[in-house]
Design a protein around this ligand. Structure first.
Ligand code: CP
Length: 341
């Protein structure tokens, strides 16, 4: 695809070479994310970071990524803090904000809303999650993490065996990740969910059409054998018609160290897009796994900054100029990794 000036709305926009291009730029930007170097390549540029749904990781990491490239960030964090609450349309909001910004990141609770917004925007728009539909940057950082974790096991992405666990119906991170993995060869998907929360048929059919191996399970223990990756997800309570219905699924699948030891291959990697629901009634990913070296959840969140930097660099056409605007970090930073200066 042509990245420069593009909206990033869906992983359907990418082919395998696009994914590899994003990952190559991400690798190149690592010294800036780890505070070995500083770059001002986006000095003077403005990001409008518009989050009309709760977020910790996506909002802060998109903002940090833009700052790390030298740009400035403006934010709105709720519908009620914006003029959408006064009845303004997405069209008008997009026309206005794109006059103030060089790029816009947007999260919104309605599927398709970010695309509708982008159609009226005069600057590139990046989808930070549109309802139950898609979460493209999450899928990219997840795949980037899978690539790193598998490299540590002497493997690549082709031939991956992955169990996707939990609310596969409403989990947009799962939807995007499944589609992205579809570009690779010979993937085995274990889809582990309650019957009512199975992945939408359109996504499952797309994987089967590409001749990947797709198996469905309704019990956790049955689905986590013989895989390289466990990708656990939260019940997306906010997408259910009411809280009582969401509560039916809370705590149904709980991965803890005992279940892991009994049912998983040694060194199976554990991932989660986060937030994990750590309330006692849920505990989908027990904190007794925190000392397990195969738990990759915070390697995922660190990778979120790097991958989002890469998206900005490509869309704003500065990937080739980052090092020209680079200088050493002059302050103390615990993040700097030995030998990375
Ligand atoms: N993974 C993710 O989207 O997290 P946030 O909702 O905190 O942004």
């Amino acid at each position: 695809m042509q990245f420069v000036g593009a909206h990033i709305l869906s992983v359907d926009q990418f082919d395998r070479s696009d994914i590899e291009r994003i990952f190559a730029v991400a690798d190149d930007l690592r010294p800036y994310a780890t505070r070995s170097r500083v770059t001002r390549v986006l000095q003077g540029a403005i990001l409008s970071n518009m989050f009309f749904e709760p977020s910790t990781r996506t909002r802060i990491s998109f903002g940090s990524a833009f700052n790390l490239l030298g740009g400035e960030v403006r934010e709105t964090t709720e519908v009620k803090a914006s003029s959408l609450a006064k009845g303004e349309s997405l069209h008008d909001t997009a026309r206005v904000l794109s006059g103030y910004s060089d790029v816009i990141v947007m999260r919104h609770p309605e599927a398709g809303s970010v695309e509708e917004f982008a159609q009226a925007s005069r600057v590139p728009v990046l989808n930070a999650g549109d309802g139950p539909n898609e979460h493209p940057s999450q899928a990219l950082l997840d795949l980037y993490t899978i690539k790193q974790e598998m490299a540590g096991h002497g493997k690549g992405i082709d031939g991956l065996r992955i169990a996707l666990i939990g609310d596969l119906r409403y989990g947009r991170a799962v939807h995007s990740l499944c589609k992205l993995l579809g570009h690779y060869d010979d993937i085995a998907y274990h889809l582990v969910s309650p019957p009512e929360l199975e992945i939408p048929p359109g996504i499952a059919d797309g994987l089967a059409a590409k001749r990947h191996r797709v198996l469905s399970f309704h019990e956790l223990e049955a689905g986590i054998h013989n895989v390289d990756i466990l990708y656990v997800t939260r019940t997306q309570e906010e997408r259910f018609p009411n809280q009582d219905e969401a509560d039916r699924y809370r705590g149904l699948f709980r991965l803890n160290q005992a279940v892991y030891t009994q049912h998983c291959e040694p060194n199976t990697v554990i991932m989660h897009p986060l937030p994990r629901d750590s309330r006692s009634a849920a505990q989908e990913l027990d904190e007794d796994l925190d000392e397990n070296p195969n738990l990759a959840i915070f390697r995922q969140t660190d990778n979120g900054v790097i991958v989002r930097m890469a998206l900005f660099a490509l869309v704003l056409d500065v990937a080739g100029g980052v090092h020209d605007h680079s200088q050493p970090v002059t302050w103390f930073t615990a993040k700097r990794t030995p030998g990375s200066a």
